[in-house]
Design a protein around this ligand. Structure first.
Ligand code: ZN
Length: 298
């Protein structure tokens, strides 16, 4: 039902856009963004903030809040994020931890900085953001090497670096007592990888998935919602590793036959994954990325 409503309003929007002058279009009320905050099952104080199709984790303690990605690139997500936190606690927001350096997840953090939060990220992310600063990205105050633990109000949050994958600076946040992890973009839940996997490191990515599987945890908060908005499980990480291995093997066969990239992109189907999110949209991009890997070795 909700899909039907969405499709209807989208087609209405397109028709309106075609007919309307820019000024008239600008007066159309913007479609309300999807903003939800949900407590992670089996925890007392771990939450998922979702703004459209981006997600962040935040942790509430008596001594303050540990927040993550502001997800506010070209949109007021950070203000909404803070408003959601304030429905739960008035405790100070002590930290904002960046999952990795990509702007769609970390831009827009100024409202958190204005409240005095300390911004934390992997040293490599700090270095990248120092070399290529952006006005809409709050600089990193505290760089970490991936073995740091934040302790606040009786809750521990470990910051792990598990190797290069979808970036060279992705952190996995793990709450040992709550058995929750937060990992962004390198473990899509029942979803193929984004596009042609920009900024990806192969074969390191597989190893980082193995390291996550070897950690102790029960619930994965992904940076984008899984099917039906669900969170992830250990089985999802295993499935993603198998997906990448099976796709790599298929593309290697094609590469060895000189089919990369165009014929490989046209011919390879992975029917086992046809029900995964973004399969139709991005499988060809994923194939292209593995063609580069198997023909150029990186
Ligand atoms: Zn990313």
């Amino acid at each position: 039902m909700s899909h039907r409503i969405l499709l209807t309003s989208l087609s209405f929007g397109v028709a309106t856009a075609l007919l309307a002058t820019p000024a008239a279009f600008a007066q159309q009320p913007a479609q309300a963004p999807v903003i939800t905050t949900t407590k992670v099952p089996n925890t007392d104080n771990v939450y998922v903030f979702r703004y459209q199709f981006h997600q962040s984790m935040f942790v509430v303690t008596p001594d303050g809040v540990i927040a993550t990605d502001p997800i506010g690139e070209n949109r007021p997500a950070a203000e909404a994020y803070i408003a959601e936190i304030r429905k739960i606690t008035q405790a100070p927001i002590r930290y904002v931890v960046y999952s990795h350096h990509h702007a769609d997840h970390i831009a827009g953090g100024k409202p958190f900085k204005d409240l005095g939060a300390t911004f934390v990220a992997h040293n490599k992310a700090k270095e990248r953001l120092t070399q290529a600063p952006r006005a809409d990205i709050v600089p990193v105050d505290q760089g970490v090497d991936g073995t740091t633990k934040l302790s606040l109000g009786g809750t521990d949050v470990e910051l792990h670096f598990v190797g290069r994958n979808h970036s060279d600076n992705s952190l996995v946040l793990r709450l040992p007592k709550e058995k929750v992890i937060f990992a962004v973009d390198f473990i899509p839940v029942q979803t193929v990888n984004f596009a042609a996997m920009p900024d990806s490191y192969l074969p390191d990515w597989d190893e980082s998935l193995r390291r996550v599987i070897a950690m102790e945890w029960d619930t994965l908060i992904p940076g984008h919602p899984g099917p039906g908005g669900r969170l992830g499980t250990r089985q999802d990480v295993q499935n993603h590793l198998v997906y990448m291995q099976e796709l790599s093997a298929e593309v290697k066969t094609a590469a060895d036959s000189g089919k990369c990239p165009d014929a490989a992109k046209a011919e390879i189907k992975m029917p086992k994954y046809a029900t995964w999110q973004q399969y139709g949209q991005y499988l060809a991009g994923n194939i292209e990325r593995y063609c580069t890997f198997h023909t150029k070795g990186q």
